[in-house]
Every structure is written in C-alpha cells, then in structure tokens.
Design a protein around this ligand. Structure first.
Ligand code: FA5
Length: 345
C-alpha cells in the first residue's frame, strides 16, 4: 500500500525548503497538478481493499488540504521576502521627530514683524563688504581701533582703489549708507538683519552672530522718536511693562550716542528677588546694544542734507536679545547643534 504518511512528510519538507516562487509553483504542480502525487494517490484507491478504502480516502483528502495550506503559507513568505517588506499590522506606528525653526531664525521672524507693523522695511545687506561700507561711510577714520585686524577679519584679496579692503562685516551698520543711497531721499525706515563676524568666543560672544539695525531718517526726527520706538520694541518683544533707558556712550557714527538697557523681567526691574540679588541682571537692567542720532557726516555721505533731515539708528545682537528673553546663559549652545537644547524653543 502507498505510504501516505511518507509522502506527507516529503511534501512538507520540500515546500518549506523551496527557495523561490518558481520552485514553489513546480512543487504545486508536482503534488496538486492533474497528474500530481495527490491525484495518483486518489486513483490508487481502486487497488485498496474495500474495508480500508474509507480510511485511505480520508488520509489522502487530509494530505490534500494540508498541501494547500503549506503552499499558501510559503507563497506569502516568499512574496514578502521578494519585496523586502514584512508588514505586521499589529506593530505600533513609527513616530518621526518634528522639525522646527532654529531659535535665531524664529527671533528674526518675530523682530521683523514687530518693526514691519510700524512701517519699517526689512533689508539684508552684504556680509562681506568693503572697508568703505563697514567704516569709512560711518565716519570711522583709518586709524580707528575697530579697523585693526585684531577686531575685524579682512579678506585676503587686493584692495579696491577707492573702497579699500574687503572685510567680514563686524556690524550691520554697513547697511546705513547703502540704504540711504538706495532710497535716495527721506523718509527712510530700515530694519537690516544680517550675519556679523568678530574674532570673539565666550559665553556671550560667538565669532559669527546676527545683528538687527534700525535706521529712521526724516524731517524733525528726534531722540523722543527713538525712545518711543525702543519702548515699543521692548514691550512687543520682551513683554508688556518692559522699560528702556539710555546711557551716554560713544560711537563714531552717532551723536549723541547711547547704550540702551531694558528692565529685567526676571526681577521686575528691581534687581532683587526675595531679598537676594537677581541672578539674571544683578542690577534690574540688561544691556541691549548701541544707538544714537545719526552723525551729520554719515547723512552727508549717504547723500542726505543734515540741515533738512535728521535720523536715529540702533544696532542690537539677535543672539543677545534671545538670551535676555529666555534667561539663557551661554550663546554657544545656539550653534552647538545639540537637539536637546534647540528643541526647547
Ligand atoms: C555696534 O555694533 C554698533 N554698530 C551698534 C550701533 C548701531 C550703534 C547704530 C549706534 C547706531 P556694538 O559693538 O556694541 O555696537 O554691538 C552691538 C551688539 O551686538 C552688542 O550689544 C551685542 O548684543 C552684539 N554683539 C557684539 N559682538 C557680539 C558677538 N561676538 N557675539 C554675539 N553678539 C555680539
């Protein structure tokens, strides 16, 4: 009598070991085809003694059903292997990290919006400029200490006969002369945001940083307009109730010149928290940057008559205002690429 058990074992082994869909389809024909092993077993029933026919028939039919199952299972395995995909719909979905704007880009957008609301136009002037733009046009003589190569990075290329050497701009004030010449005549309301470069590296200085430069030139512009604009910016950017104060200072391109401070939001401008000195400001005030009334020589150099128009300008560091807003203590973190720091904002 044909050994059905032996054929079952052999078929199972061959199907499991089949290495491709082609091999499997040959096995399907070998076992389930018209002249296949199963049909051979079924036609052999005539040679089986009558009393065994029923059991024999049941065993062959069971083998046939198992065969279909083995072939189907192996087919799915081989198909998944072929497409390289194993899809288990019971697994939880993947969560991908969400991207966001860098803290500096976000601040640039915020600051731009604050000034655009009061009619300032956002511009962006070169990060690499001639000495003329960075110094000369700003009333800074050749022997000014800021023009020393310890303070400013010069580009190693031949100097322009009139405009001097090329520099990585140490401040955004190079936009003042360009904007006066671009607009032609007052009124001018510029907000120039750009990268600046100075050879410094510590908790509050990076070699590359950003400044935003305000310039306003019109008839009868005074310090009162300047103070009003600074107060407006302080309240909008740092929060309602933030105050500003001006301290006398010196810049070649403004006269009079000031340093601007804002009241510290950590201690409410008192410098004291629960009978202790405020750790953020120590005095109730935080330094924002430089400002002043545009020097008549700078207006003249930009083609504007200082007897008919006046103006003010300021230049503040973006990294520093972010630091002040969020109470951060090391701006080097901004550029560390450390996602744990950056994703907090
Ligand atoms: C200036 O750069 C003047 N051009 C500002 C100005 C413009 C005055 C218009 C008057 C009229 P100062 O060197 O102080 O000023 O720099 C301004 C601000 O830039 C600083 O208060 C600080 O916030 C930021 N800053 C300067 N150097 C760095 C640096 N290495 N890293 C980060 N921020 C810096």
């Amino acid at each position: 009598m044909v050994d059905v058990g032996q054929i079952t074992k052999l078929a199972e082994k061959e199907i499991k070991r089949s290495v491709s869909l082609d091999v499997l389809s040959k096995l399907e024909i070998k076992y389930l085809g018209r002249n296949g092993e199963i049909n051979k077993l079924l036609s052999a029933i005539k040679n089986i003694p009558d009393e065994q026919k029923k059991t024999y028939g049941q065993r062959v039919n069971k083998l046939k059903a198992s065969m279909y199952r083995y072939i189907e299972t192996r087919k799915k395995e081989l198909q998944n292997k072929k497409s390289g995909v194993f899809f288990d719909k019971t697994l939880p979905g993947k969560t991908y990290p969400k991207g966001s704007l860098h803290i500096v880009s976000f601040a640039i957008e915020e600051i731009t919006k604050v000034f655009e609301k009061i009619g300032f136009i956002r511009v962006s002037y070169p990060e690499v400029d001639w000495e003329y733009g960075a110094f000369e046009s700003l009333n800074m003589p050749v022997n000014h200490p800021a023009r020393d190569d310890v303070e400013t990075s010069f580009i190693d290329m031949p100097a322009h006969p009139k405009l001097g050497k090329m520099v990585l701009t140490p401040h955004t004030s190079n936009g003042q002369n360009r904007e006066m010449k671009r607009v032609g005549k007052p009124p001018i309301r510029m907000i120039n945001i750009s990268k600046c470069y100075r050879p410094n590296w510590d908790a509050t200085h990076t070699p590359m940083f950003h400044q935003f430069e305000g310039l306003c030139v019109d008839k009868d512009i005074s310090i009162v307009n300047l103070k009003g604009t600074l107060d407006y910016f302080a309240e909008k950017y740092f929060g309602v109730g933030t105050k500003t104060r001006l301290r006398p200072h010196h810049f070649q391109f403004t006269e009079p010149s000031f340093e601007v401070d804002i009241s510290c939001n950590n201690c409410g401008g008192t410098g004291i928290i629960k009978a202790n000195r405020c750790k953020v400001c120590k005095s109730g005030w935080l330094e924002l940057g430089g400002t002043g009334m545009v020097h008549p020589n700078v207006l003249r150099e930009g083609g504007i008559d200082p007897s008919a128009s006046s103006g003010w300008a300021f230049g503040f560091g973006i990294e520093r205002v972010i630091m002040m807003k969020y109470g951060l203590d090391d701006i080097r973190n901004y550029y560390s690429g450390d996602i744990r720091f950056l994703e907090q904002f």
